[in-house]
Every structure is written in structure tokens, then in C-alpha cells.
Design a protein around this ligand. Structure first.
Ligand code: AMP
Length: 419
């Protein structure tokens, strides 16, 4: 196939049954988020470049290396969104939306990284943002929401890593300590970490270089140098998580890759994912709204990766994949009857199909299987005379006769409805 007809590197196609799984993941997320009082916000997929430089940080990997930035025909600098938070905060302020508010979003993000398993250039994030709630109970609600989402999708080998990276009061002291430590090891650090040392030393904790990691193993940890207030808040978050039976691991070296976080930071990981083991992450960003020119309003949120969630989920069962019925007609003269039944099923919201082209019954059953139907409802002369249909379950192979009055309900129970 010529390059013109293959998808760009790092992008993906979702065909059935993956497209169905993707939708199911989104539906579970929406339901849990709405249950917790979040409402959907829909924001553009591209924004002014400056928005991300100002918020995600001009030293973050995302901003320096991974953004899809371009000039439009009028010479404006635009960027395909690499993440959701800055756009959500901008939208709330620009539209003067009331705060406190709880908002969620679901949609594609773009990062020009090196594609590998679980890392794409176009991927989907499911995220929540709470603007205007300062209580550590909110931190716990947000952390739990992500955990419930992964639990509901059957991801049992998940872990939560938790840390606090301090606030405006304690971070400068910590930063100075870290810089003086790293400066003493300057020659052992990679080129990038030497730059980080000047501009954003905490980011060195995210470096993958083995030499840097061994230096950092001895470095003062961000979570170990908190002021009493940050300490106290972290303690409350931990107590509340424990009280609610949410298991987590304290990781005093967890720093998130974006500039705007403070205090509580967390990440969900799964052992099923390999090198890219982060399912999602988030944290507090109590200064971001203010930095965008808004009032001094605290914030907290997370972004979960949809593709990595799908990779970590157990494989779907045939029952989950097969969500439609197939009407089979045994002879030409029965086509009208078959179409009537098809209509009854569809009117009841039961997804149903028929093969108009196949004259042979065997081919109709084959079409049903190719279409991943759950069952076939057979319309035959003998059955019609008795006022029944044969219902064949394509998963169990079981075949029964069902009366005309009951057939729609029976099929509905097998395949579900779309309305
Ligand atoms: P981040 O805020 O960068 O930690 O991203 C949050 C989540 O989005 C990650 O934990 C991943 O699940 C997902 N994610 C980030 N970048 C990518 C990518 N390039 N491809 C697929 N998923 C990604």
C-alpha cells in the first residue's frame, strides 16, 4: 500500500470490536463522573500556542519537544492540544463560567513522541477538573473516582502512587536544596538534566537516563521537604484514603511532568502496560487559574489515557462483543414476514440485521457470524404456522422455539438495546 493510503505514524484506527470497547470505556467514565457531580465541557482541539507554553511550562518535555504547533494561513501560532487542563481553565475564565465547578472532558490529544506500545501521537484522554474546592476531601474524591473507573473496567493490577510536591512557601527552599545537590553532581548528569538544573530541577526526577537516576537516588526528595501546612494536608489525604479503603503507595519522588502542579500529585499505574506503565495521573494546581488572569481559585484534576486503559483491560467476552440479532429467512416467500420481525426488533431498540442478498440459509448464518450477531431468529414456514420463531444463540449454540408475542423481549434480554 502506498504511503498516501496508510495512516500517519502514531495514529490509530478503531474498528469493531475495538470501537465498541472504546465507547464502553467512555460510557463508564461519563457515568461515574456525572455521578460525582461533574458536567461535560467540550473545548477546541487546537488553541493558541501560548496557552500551553504559559501553563504546562516552557521547560516541560511536552512543550519543548512534543507539541504539534503550526501557523495558520493568517500566521497565527496554534497548537493541537497536548492535554486538556489549560483549555478547560481558559474556557471557564473566557466564558465567565461560575466557580466552584466540576467539569469533565473526553477526546483526542496530540503529542509528537516516539510511538511505541501505549504511546501514540494521537490518543484520547478522559479528564476531570475541579475548580474552587480546596478541601483534601476533594483530592480523595478525585483520586477515588479514577480508581473506581479502573476497577469497574476490571483492571485489578492497578496501583496508585501518591506524593505532595509542596507549595509556594516550601518549594523555593526545596528547590535550592535540590539545585545545590545536583550542582555537586553536574558532571554525572546528562546534557538535558544540566539544562533542567538551571531551569526546572525537579524535572530531573523524570529523566530516564540510568546515570541521572543513580544520582537522583541520593537527592533530597520533593515529598520529604514539605512545610507543616503541606505535611498536614498530605496526612489528611492519606488518612481519608485509608479510611475509605483505597490502597496507595507513597512515592516521595513522584513529580508530574507539567509545571502547574502543586501539593497533591498522583499517578495510576498498571503492571500490564510495560514501559509506558502510567494509566493516568493528576494533581492539584492551585495557582493556575490565577496565573491565567482569573481569581485565586484552587484546582485539582486528572487525565486518564483511554488507549492504555484499553490495553490494561481484560479481553472482552463474546457476550460483550455480540450485541445484535440477525433475522434469517428460509425461503423467498418469507422475506416480507422476516422484514416485519426486523422492524419489530428495531422499533424496540434491539439492533437487528438481515441479509437480503444471500439466498442460501447457510450463507445467512455465516453473515450473522461475520456481523458478530449474538443470535439468529429464524423465520420458517413450519414455525410460522405454529406462531413461533426459532431462536439460535450463536454464543452457546442453544436453539429454542419462542412465540411471536415473546420473541422481541427474549432477543432484547440476550443482546440488550441501544435506546
Ligand atoms: P500525562 O498528564 O502526560 O501524565 O498524561 C496522562 C495520561 O494520558 C497518561 O497516564 C497516559 O495514560 C495518557 N497518555 C499521555 N501521553 C500519551 C501518549 N502519547 N499516548 C497514549 N497515551 C498517552
Amino acid at each position: 500500500m502506498s504511503a498516501r493510503h496508510s495512516r500517519p505514524k502514531g495514529t490509530q484506527d478503531f474498528l469493531p470490536p475495538d470501537s465498541g470497547r472504546k465507547r464502553r470505556v467512555e460510557e463508564v467514565f461519563r457515568r461515574l463522573a456525572e455521578n460525582a457531580g461533574f458536567q461535560e465541557v467540550v473545548i477546541p482541539t487546537f488553541e493558541h500556542l501560548e496557552l500551553y507554553v504559559k501553563s504546562s511550562g516552557d521547560t516541560s518535555d511536552i512543550v519543548t519537544k512534543e507539541m504539534y504547533s503550526f501557523k495558520d494561513r493568517a500566521g497565527r501560532d496554534l497548537t493541537l492540544r497536548p492535554e486538556g487542563t489549560p483549555g478547560v481553565v481558559r474556557a471557564v475564565l473566557e466564558n465567565r463560567y461560575r466557580m466552584p465547578c466540576r467539569l469533565y472532558y473526553a477526546g483526542p490529544c496530540f503529542r509528537y513522541g516516539r510511538p511505541q506500545r501505549g504511546r501514540f501521537r494521537e490518543f484520547n484522554q478522559l479528564g476531570v477538573e475541579v475548580l474552587g474546592e480546596a478541601s483534601p476531601r476533594t483530592d480523595v474524591e478525585v483520586i477515588r473516582l479514577g480508581d473506581q473507573f479502573f476497577a469497574e473496567l476490571g483492571i485489578s493490577d492497578r496501583t496508585i502512587q501518591l506524593n505532595s510536591i509542596g507549595c509556594r512557601n516550601c518549594r523555593p527552599d526545596y528547590r535550592a536544596k535540590l539545585v545545590s545537590f545536583l550542582a555537586g553532581h553536574r558532571t554525572e548528569l546528562c546534557d538535558e538534566c544540566r539544562v533542567r538544573l538551571e531551569r526546572n530541577p525537579m524535572r530531573a526526577f523524570d529523566c530516564k537516563n540510568a546515570d541521572c537516576q543513580s544520582v537522583l537516588a541520593g537527592a533530597p526528595a520533593p515529598g520529604g521537604n514539605l512545610c507543616p501546612e503541606c505535611e498536614g494536608l498530605l496526612r489528611l489525604v492519606r488518612q481519608d484514603l485509608e479510611g475509605q479503603g483505597v490502597a496507595y503507595t507513597l512515592n516521595d519522588r513522584l513529580v508530574r511532568g507539567l509545571d502547574y502542579y502543586n501539593r497533591t500529585t498522583f499517578e495510576y499505574t498498571s503492571g500490564k502496560l510495560g514501559a509506558q506503565d502510567s494509566l493516568g495521573g493528576g494533581g492539584r494546581y492551585d495557582y493556575l487559574v490565577e496565573e491565567f488572569g482569573g481569581p485565586s481559585v484552587p484546582g485539582i484534576g486528572f487525565a486518564l489515557g483511554l488507549e492504555r486503559t484499553m490495553l490494561a483491560m481484560p479481553a472482552s467476552t463474546p457476550e460483550e462483543r455480540r450485541k445484535s440479532a440477525y433475522v434469517v429467512w428460509l425461503s423467498e416467500g418469507l422475506l416480507d414476514e422476516a422484514r416485519k420481525l426486523l422492524e419489530r426488533l428495531r422499533t424496540a431498540g434491539v439492533p437487528a440485521q438481515i441479509d437480503y442478498d444471500a439466498r442460501r440459509v447457510k450463507h445467512q448464518f455465516k453473515s450473522a457470524d461475520t456481523a458478530s450477531a449474538r443470535c439468529c431468529v429464524v423465520v420458517g414456514e413450519d414455525e410460522l404456522a405454529k406462531g413461533v420463531y426459532s431462536l439460535k444463540d450463536l454464543v452457546t449454540g442453544e436453539q429454542t422455539e419462542v412465540s411471536s408475542g415473546e420473541i422481541v423481549e427474549r432477543v432484547r434480554r440476550l443482546v440488550g438495546t441501544r435506546i
